[in-house]
Ligand binder design. Structure first.
Ligand code: PMP
Length: 402
């Protein structure tokens, strides 16, 4: 048999832990185990009917062909409208590109800009894909350890000390997956002041969870707060989270024309364009009735309050209340060093997540996957009943530890 030699870059990356966790949950369920799944990075709601209907109508009326590589004019106009209406930012249609999910656009943005050895600054805890996508495109992730003491938020001092002459990007994600941290306008302004001293650094601001912010607050759009950086800021967003449309695969990016054109060129040589039918659905999502987003926000807030209360009451767990997104990131340091009934010692958050899966039948993701230990990520994009049952099983398992 011929030995397949995998190239250096793909050989050095890992599968996404949430995708790996999902595969494990599916396997355990197939073996007959009942698993409560807290690993999902997606809404448990269905896509609103008016959006599905728009896709159906598009398919029926012949919108079934390739579109332009940056997306249909109708969708780019809807995105421009969304930025003006919701964020107070003016982009032209040419400054917008549509991709097969925000994920593809982040990847393409790195491919468009990174030369071998260029650095991508990523504060912890981070969405797992950023470092690997930088590596695949020849970049070097510069992980900045940011912890709970700053509310899981990068500070100007930490940013300043991470920037080198090779720094090409700073990636910020607010509301954050996995911590739920949301940057205030003042915090954004103070980070922007640092970036102003370093014109070689571009800012990627991933705002995909912007609609899920609680306690009457809203997410500040970076470009609105720091327009002086607009010439080197790429906004990443999409319909996946806001409209429960993860499977439709539509994301978008907006920013400097030259960057958008290069991203479009790369997409034209990979996927050609996103699904025409999904693009029609996204137009309906962005231009249509927004009540789904408000209702989902209220439901997530109730779930957040429930899960934070239940987790925080478990001995050994402390759970900060996230300001946004649909994850909690509890600290599990109080469980480390404890022994399970079969005599194994829990030495890491990965051990804790495996213990919870085995003992409690509860699937969570270890914090080490997000670059910050000892934590676990729990998604509350699931029903209150599931939250109650999962936390009760979690508690019983923890109480069995010695
Ligand atoms: N950014 C963040 C922070 C995410 O959590 C996700 C999805 N898990 C994405 C981007 C990608 O979303 P999509 O590709 O579905 O648009």
């Amino acid at each position: 048999m011929t030995d397949i030699v995998i190239a250096r870059r793909p050989a050095s990356i890992k599968p996404s832990p949430s995708i790996a966790a999902r595969a494990l949950v599916t396997q355990l369920r197939a073996e007959g185990r009942e698993i409560i799944d807290f690993t999902l990075g997606e809404s448990d709601f269905d896509t609103p009917p008016h959006i599905v209907e728009a896709a159906y109508q598009a398919a029926r009326s012949g919108e079934t062909r390739y579109t332009s590589s940056n997306g249909t004019k109708a969708l780019r106009a809807a995105i421009v409208g969304k930025f003006a209406r919701e964020n107070g930012i003016d982009f032209t249609e040419a400054q917008v590109v549509v991709g097969c999910g925000a994920k593809q656009l982040i990847h393409a943005a790195f491919a468009a800009t990174l030369d071998e050895g260029d650095e991508v600054i990523v504060p912890t805890p981070y969405w797992v894909s950023y470092p690997d996508m930088a590596v695949v495109n020849g970049g070097v992730p510069v992980i900045v350890p940011v912890g709970e003491e700053t509310g899981f938020k990068l500070t100007p001092a930490l940013l300043g000390s991470a920037i080198t002459p090779r720094a090409k990007w700073l990636v910020l994600n607010s509301p954050n997956n996995p911590s739920g941290a949301v940057y205030t306008p003042e915090e954004i302004a103070s980070l922007a002041a640092v970036l102003e001293q370093h014109p070689q650094v571009m800012l990627m601001t991933d705002e995909i969870y912007e609609h899920f912010v609680y306690d009457g607050q809203t997410a500040a759009a970076f470009t609105r707060v720091a327009p002086q950086l607009a010439g080197r800021t790429l906004v990443i967003n999409g319909v996946s989270k806001a409209y429960a449309m993860t499977g439709w695969r539509i994301g978008y990016a907006a920013g400097p024309l030259k960057l958008i054109e290069t991203i479009t060129l790369l997409l034209s040589q990979s996927t050609t364009c996103p699904s025409s039918v999904s693009q029609a659905a996204a137009v309906a999502a962005l231009n249509g009735d927004q009540s789904f987003v408000r209702e989902a926000n209220a439901i997530y807030e109730t779930r957040r309050d429930r899960i934070v209360g239940l987790l925080d009451a478990i001995p050994g767990i402390t759970c900060a209340r996230p300001a946004g997104a649909f994850y909690v990131y509890p600290n599990v340091s109080g469980l480390l060093g404890k022994r399970t009934s079969d005599g194994t010692t829990l030495n890491s958050d990965l051990d804790v997540s495996l213990f919870l899966l085995q003992e409690a039948g509860v699937a969570v993701i270890d914090g080490s996957s997000y670059g910050l230990s000892p934590y676990i990520r729990i998604s509350f994009a699931t029903s209150l009943d599931t939250i109650d049952a999962g936390c009760a099983q979690f508690r019983r398992a923890v109480e069995s530890l010695a």
